[in-house]
Design a binder for this molecule. Structure first.
Ligand SMILES: *[C@@H]1O[C@H](CO)[C@@H](O)[C@H](O)[C@H]1NC(C)=O
Ligand SMILES: *[C@@H]1O[C@H](CO)[C@@H](O)[C@H](O)[C@H]1NC(C)=O
Ligand SMILES: *[C@@H]1O[C@H](CO)[C@@H](O)[C@H](O)[C@H]1NC(C)=O
Ligand SMILES: *[C@@H]1O[C@H](CO)[C@@H](O)[C@H](O)[C@H]1NC(C)=O
Ligand SMILES: *[C@@H]1O[C@H](CO)[C@@H](O)[C@H](O)[C@H]1NC(C)=O
Length: 455
């Protein structure tokens, strides 16, 4: 199995070509590359626009290159904008050293598994879009290798959450299992790497409600479990709880839900610099007055119903049940942002409140939050037990009276914001970087490392 490097390089290329040929995708090549060229041009355009838009107030050149935030007291919002703007696109050539020489091979699957879905713009922006964002970031990353024989891990880019239902607009994930299984079939028959390790050094993203169980309803998800062929692999999933759960019985990394960094930047740019947080507690989202009993379960375990019943007429609470595209500006005006469970414990509100400086109030028993080594969740949020949701008002008043200002101060640490956002080009300390960092802790699964240590 051990071969001189240049032969293995050729073999890697050879199998790749076979993979593409066998699927008769030749006629689609131009189209495929056209899309990447278009994508690259657009990225470049936005990057240029970004630099252009931010030139004017940059009299001291150092504010871009220096990772240190100005010590002068600036109002909260501009501090936050600074934190985001300062996350330097220029620093994107993160040091590979910090990742222990990690190398990842990204399979080039036929476009029906991934980029075809991008014709719908929502695919790369909605709350499940980390499956797209991580793929893009890996393609651009310094850890990517084109030689599968020298890879530690293999990334399998399948987008399963982009099939939006025509009826209600929600992603339909009924096809997820078959799409992934077909991708595994393809790579395992065309490449030797899957069979070699039974998939244990292969990495997938499962960004939907119950992660690798691919279902919205917990009882169905639990009954179905993780697809057999994924159980040996590493799953990057938004779903995470601190107790044993069938949907996390595979090696996994809990990742943040996707929130577009661009949308956050826009919201901060329009913010009134001296704006006050005039909303005490904010929530916008699905709240059912009479939740339906769906096979013995109620949406949000009725937590959202209790919030509405108890605080619907309380002037301190700003509760809205309908969608509004400008909701990020409401978060910016709020002191506390409620993050109650929905069907699953996690919610994109966790990320949005943190990056917009609103204290997240986490109401989801047992939730396992992403990147806890980098994000000190207990210091930057308030946790309320599901059973105590009726006492929310007094609990929050108590936080105001005791430690609100210290929580808010910690919330503005730019490293935290950075850790929760995925960028098309990964930068040290951003969400993709933390995924990579988590993978460096799983090197015992790397075939290459095992071989090296055997020699
Ligand atoms: C900014 O940088 C440019 C070139 O890098 C330099 O000529 C100019 O003096 C700098 N301006 C300030 C305010 O430091
Ligand atoms: C999209 O989802 C629907 C409903 O689950 C399914 O019938 C359809 O086959 C899916 N489309 C693709 C291309 O997988
Ligand atoms: C991997 O194993 C499967 C099932 O045993 C087999 O069909 C396939 O040909 C193998 N792949 C390679 C590349 O040998
Ligand atoms: C909810 O539905 C399940 C069956 O689907 C039933 O066993 C249970 O009694 C129902 N619960 C209530 C409170 O109606
Ligand atoms: C706020 O203070 C309470 C009571 O002293 C303490 O239990 C809690 O951990 C503090 N929370 C934070 C985020 O500092």
């Amino acid at each position: 199995m051990i071969e001189p490097k240049n032969t293995s390089r050729k073999r890697g290329f050879y199998v790749k070509m076979r993979l593409l040929h066998n699927n008769n995708r030749k006629s689609c090549f131009c189209f495929k590359y056209f899309k990447w060229v278009l994508w690259f041009s657009l990225s470049f355009y936005f990057f240029a626009m970004f630099l252009f838009n931010h030139k004017p107030n940059n009299t001291n050149n150092t504010s871009y290159s220096s990772p240190i935030i100005s010590k002068t007291t600036v109002p909260q919002y501009s501090k936050a904008s600074r934190a985001l703007i300062e996350h330097p696109w220029r620093e994107h050539h993160h040091s590979v050293d910090s990742l222990n020489g990690l190398k990842i091979y990204v399979y080039e699957l036929p476009t029906r598994y991934n980029t075809d879905w991008l014709t719908n713009e929502r695919c790369s922006n909605h709350l499940f879009a980390s499956e797209v964002a991580i793929h893009k970031a890996l393609i651009n990353s310094d850890v990517r290798t084109f030689d599968p024989f020298e890879a530690d891990f293999f990334f399998v880019p399948v987008y399963v959450s982009c099939n939006f239902s025509a009826v209600n607009g929600f992603p339909a994930i009924g096809h997820a299992r078959s799409l992934i299984s077909s991708a595994i079939q393809l790579i395992s028959s065309e490449f030797p790497f899957w069979n070699r390790s039974s998939g244990s050094d292969h990495v997938f993203v499962a960004s939907h409600d119950f992660g690798s169980c691919f279902h919205t309803l917990e009882d169905v998800a639990m009954a179905d479990g993780i697809p057999e062929n994924l159980r040996n692999s590493i799953i990057l999933q938004t779903f995470g709880v601190k107790y044993d759960h069938p949907c996390q019985r595979a090696e996994h990394v809990v990742i943040p839900p996707y929130v577009s960094p661009e949308s956050v930047r826009k919201t901060l740019a329009t913010a009134d610099v001296n704006g006050k947080r005039d909303i005490f507690a904010f929530f916008r989202g699905k709240m059912e007055i009479h939740p339906k009993n769906v096979s013995g379960r109620y949406y949000s375990k009725k937590v959202r119903t209790v919030i509405l019943q108890k605080y619907g007429n309380d002037r301190r609470f700003y509760l809205k049940r309908h969608r509004f595209s400008g909701y990020q500006s409401e978060i910016l005006r709020s002191t506390f942002c409620l993050c109650p469970l929905g069907w699953a414990p996690w919610s994109p509100r966790l990320v949005e409140s943190v990056v917009l400086g609103c204290v997240p109030v986490i109401i989801a028993d047992g939730i396992d939050l992403p990147f806890s080594s980098a994000v000190p969740w207990s210091e930057i949020s308030v946790t309320v037990a599901e059973k105590d949701v009726g006492k929310l008002g007094s609990i929050l008043e108590n936080v105001v009276a005791t430690n609100l200002s210290s929580i808010q101060k910690k919330l503005w640490d730019p490293r935290i914001t950075r850790a929760l956002l995925f960028h098309d080009r990964t930068i040290e300390g951003d969400a993709t970087w933390h995924v990579l960092h988590a993978l460096t802790k799983k090197m015992s699964r790397s075939h290459r490392r095992l071989r090296l240590s055997d020699e």
